[in-house]
Design a protein around this ligand. Structure first.
Ligand SMILES: *[C@@H]1O[C@H](CO)[C@@H](O)[C@H](O)[C@H]1NC(C)=O
Ligand SMILES: *[C@@H]1O[C@H](CO)[C@@H](O)[C@H](O)[C@H]1NC(C)=O
Ligand SMILES: *[C@@H]1O[C@H](CO)[C@@H](O)[C@H](O)[C@H]1NC(C)=O
Ligand SMILES: *[C@@H]1O[C@H](CO)[C@@H](O)[C@H](O)[C@H]1NC(C)=O
Ligand SMILES: *[C@@H]1O[C@H](CO)[C@@H](O)[C@H](O)[C@H]1NC(C)=O
Ligand SMILES: *[C@@H]1O[C@H](CO)[C@@H](O)[C@H](O)[C@H]1NC(C)=O
Ligand SMILES: *[C@@H]1O[C@H](CO)[C@@H](O)[C@H](O)[C@H]1NC(C)=O
Ligand SMILES: *[C@@H]1O[C@H](CO)[C@@H](O)[C@H](O)[C@H]1NC(C)=O
Ligand SMILES: *[C@@H]1O[C@H](CO)[C@@H](O)[C@H](O)[C@H]1NC(C)=O
Ligand SMILES: *[C@@H]1O[C@H](CO)[C@@H](O)[C@H](O)[C@H]1NC(C)=O
Ligand SMILES: *[C@@H]1O[C@H](CO)[C@@H](O)[C@H](O)[C@H]1NC(C)=O
Ligand SMILES: *[C@@H]1O[C@H](CO)[C@@H](O)[C@H](O)[C@H]1NC(C)=O
Ligand SMILES: [Cu+2]
Length: 569
């Protein structure tokens, strides 16, 4: 009993201290205690040992209301160091609890623990948490459900039911072995063996019939599906047979409702969707299948789950299944993306930066490095795969960048080089294939002044394997003001930007050989990771860190670190 009491009073003391120091008077406070450990599951006729939180896959949900504070103590009883990230939570002034390994903290060692403070502010809807070290995100992730604050309500009729739907990747092998093998050969990692819906592959896979996920519905009722995509390396299409979906939110912000027969959802994104059980009482398939516009290898399997109406009826002999865009239908993917628009009404105001003080044009590429061994690698002779932003492949530091920044009195130049604002060599990005595939590498960051109004245009290139990339920024949500195919034209494209009701999101699809433009105001000081949400691309260096300097007052500055951060040595 003793250690537990010690832990609880420790956490309460921490909460009290935070409340005292940072005046977080509004919002309720919740505490969770999680144990990270290895758990055995039998799926696809094979027993695998995977890392979990509290033996559950997907992991436990966090339930909170807008403006609440959540403390999570993670006890690491697994064999590897691990970190946990709160995806889409902006963590005002508190990068210390954000979680990406070697950016804001070192991993929580095997046997260690760490209490993180998750500060919800304006987020409302569905967000999620996941491991942010190596590829342990595969099985260590779960939903964060943020309900409206007391005295407020959804911008739509209160749904009759609420259900989280989590998409994940399943490997029969240990995912750490998959990662290590790909690092040692320099080649593409093995693809997953299945996609899962709420942890289950569904009846198209071996040995998976009995365990398929099913959602029980009552005729006439409307359900809020809180859908999140934690798949490692593929963007997805999702549809429900004979039921249309009304998209009402994405990435923890509401959108203007629109109805669609399919969703396009990238790793990192969430979609809040209303579904009304308005068809004949029966079974209907919900289907999850990949969108892929690349020649690299991918998992081309399909996961299914069921919607089952309650009541007395004969089980159908043939269950309706939805139709889908073709697997490589980038037009349907893009048509879905441009339908997302923020509510932008008086109860949900937006503020799109219009006086841009920092403009960044950033190429996103898959590249090569010469193999560090004379014969060790298997790509194009003796090369290994790499990836870059503005021709720099991010090298992860071995200590936490945030701590170094703080310890060096916020002097960025002492800890990292600056990533260029634009590609070092301009070229016709989406059409020129004969640029060198090789890239530079280094720990390069982007530094913003407090209050900068930032525009970043991400530009896909024809270098290496071409593909749509889901780019994600920590510490912020941002407005997706424009997206298109080919090379971004700085003369004509900005005039078509949507500055009236762009969606406020944290992860965007940058089209293959196309571009996406985002804007945000840099008013959250700290060190924040920015990266492709395909796990293999982040591993290869498609990443950087965004450092936002402190403002002039304490209220516009980073908080000091908590008394305990996981040690780096
Ligand atoms: C909101 O209401 C719930 C239920 O009555 C209560 O537990 C919670 O503390 C309230 N939150 C705030 C911030 O007052
Ligand atoms: C996780 O497991 C720990 C240890 O058994 C327990 O104290 C805690 O309540 C569990 N948390 C959840 C969210 O299940
Ligand atoms: C958590 O880690 C701290 C620092 O190492 C240690 O003092 C504390 O006892 C640990 N708590 C638990 C429950 O293991
Ligand atoms: C990756 O796939 C290859 C070919 O199927 C197989 O031989 C190898 O064992 C796999 N690697 C891992 C780590 O499972
Ligand atoms: C290089 O060689 C060593 C020793 O054979 C091996 O462990 C390593 O995985 C190889 N590959 C790379 C990319 O370093
Ligand atoms: C799984 O169920 C489907 C129908 O739902 C059936 O066609 C198939 O034969 C079943 N497979 C196994 C292995 O039981
Ligand atoms: C389901 O949709 C299919 C294809 O549109 C249609 O043929 C079928 O009649 C529908 N079934 C029900 C029960 O609505
Ligand atoms: C998936 O890819 C494999 C290998 O290219 C191919 O044999 C198989 O038919 C594909 N399956 C589907 C469902 O497309
Ligand atoms: C379900 O319907 C069948 C056929 O109409 C009837 O025999 C049976 O009693 C019903 N069961 C229930 C639980 O209502
Ligand atoms: C735009 O930003 C510049 C540079 O920070 C500033 O001098 C100017 O006052 C701003 N203009 C408006 C309209 O806010
Ligand atoms: C637009 O692009 C041209 C050609 O690349 C470049 O010379 C010019 O500086 C750019 N203008 C702005 C505002 O970025
Ligand atoms: C600002 O924060 C520092 C460090 O936490 C503290 O020493 C100082 O008193 C604070 N200043 C004000 C005006 O609150
Ligand atoms: Cu990518």
């Amino acid at each position: 009993m003793k250690p537990k009491m010690g832990l609880i009073s420790g956490v309460l003391g921490f909460i009290f201290l935070s409340a005292l120091l940072f005046g977080k008077a509004h919002g309720a406070v919740h505490s969770y205690y999680w144990v990270v450990k290895e758990t055995k599951f039998t799926k696809l006729c094979t027993t695998s040992t995977v890392l979990t939180v509290n033996d559950s896959f997907p992991g436990p949900e966090i339930h909170a209301q807008k403006g609440d504070t959540v403390f999570v103590t993670v006890q690491n009883d697994g064999p590897y160091g691990i970190t946990i990230h709160w995806h889409g939570v902006r963590m005002p002034r508190n990068p210390w609890s954000d979680g990406p390994e070697y950016i804001t903290q070192c991993p929580i060692k095997s046997g260690g623990n760490f209490t993180q403070e998750i500060d919800l502010s304006t987020e409302e809807g569905t967000l999620w948490w996941h491991a942010h070290s190596d590829w342990s995100r595969a099985t260590v992730h779960g939903a964060i459900k943020v309900s409206p604050a007391n005295g407020t309500s959804y911008p739509f009729d209160e749904p009759d039911g609420d259900q989280t739907i989590v998409f994940s990747s399943w490997y029969k092998a240990n995912v750490m072995d998959v990662l290590d093998e790909s690092i040692s050969t320099g080649d593409d990692p093995n693809v997953s063996d299945a996609y899962t819906i709420n942890g289950e592959p569904g009846d198209l896979y071996d040995c998976s019939n009995e365990t398929m996920y099913s959602l029980l519905v009552e005729k006439g009722k409307t359900y809020l599906l809180r859908i999140l995509n934690s798949i490692l390396n593929e963007e997805m299409f999702f549809a429900i047979a004979n039921h249309s979906m009304t998209v009402v939110g994405s990435d923890g912000a509401y959108v203007k409702p629109f109805s669609s027969d399919y969703l396009f959802i990238t790793p990192g994104q969430t979609m809040d969707v209303l579904v009304t059980a308005n068809n004949s009482a029966s079974y209907y398939y919900m289907v999850l299948t990949p969108f892929l516009d690349t020649d690299s290898s991918y998992d081309n399997t399909t996961s299914r789950a069921l919607i089952k109406y309650s009541g007395n009826y004969t089980t159908p002999t043939s269950i309706p299944t939805p139709t889908f865009p073709n697997i490589s239908d980038s037009i349907s993917a893009q048509l879905f993306v441009v339908r997302l628009k923020s509510l932008a009404d008086s109860a949900h105001p937006i503020s799109v930066p219009k006086n841009i003080t920092r403009q960044i044009f950033m190429t996103v590429s898959v590249n090569l490095f010469a193999c560090p061994n004379s014969t060790g690698c298997t790509v194009d002779g003796n090369n290994k795969l790499a990836a870059s932003l503005n021709n720099n492949s991010f090298v992860s530091p071995s200590t936490a960048l945030l701590q170094e920044y703080y310890d060096n009195n916020y002097n960025v130049s002492l800890i990292a080089d600056e990533l260029p604002n634009k590609p070092p060599t301009p070229f016709n990005y989406s059409t020129v294939a004969n640029m060198s595939t090789y890239t530079k590498e280094g720990t390069q960051v982007i530094t913003f002044e407090y209050g900068d109004e930032v525009e970043i245009v991400f530009q896909g290139t024809k270098i290496g394997a071409t593909q749509n990339h889901p780019m994600h920024l920590h510490g912020y949500s941002f407005y997706l003001v424009g997206t298109g195919s080919g090379d971004f034209d700085n003369g004509t494209d900005p005039s078509r930007f949507n500055l009236d009701d762009p969606p406020e999101v944290n992860t965007i699809a940058v089209p293959r050989l196309g571009w996406s433009a985002i804007r945000f105001k840099a008013h959250n000081p700290g060190v924040w990771f920015m990266h492709c949400h395909f796990e293999r691309h982040t591993t290869w260096g498609m990443a950087t860190a965004v450092i936002v300097k402190n403002g002039d007052t304490n209220e516009t500055s980073m908080r000091p670190p908590p008394s305990y951060m996981p040690p780096c040595s």
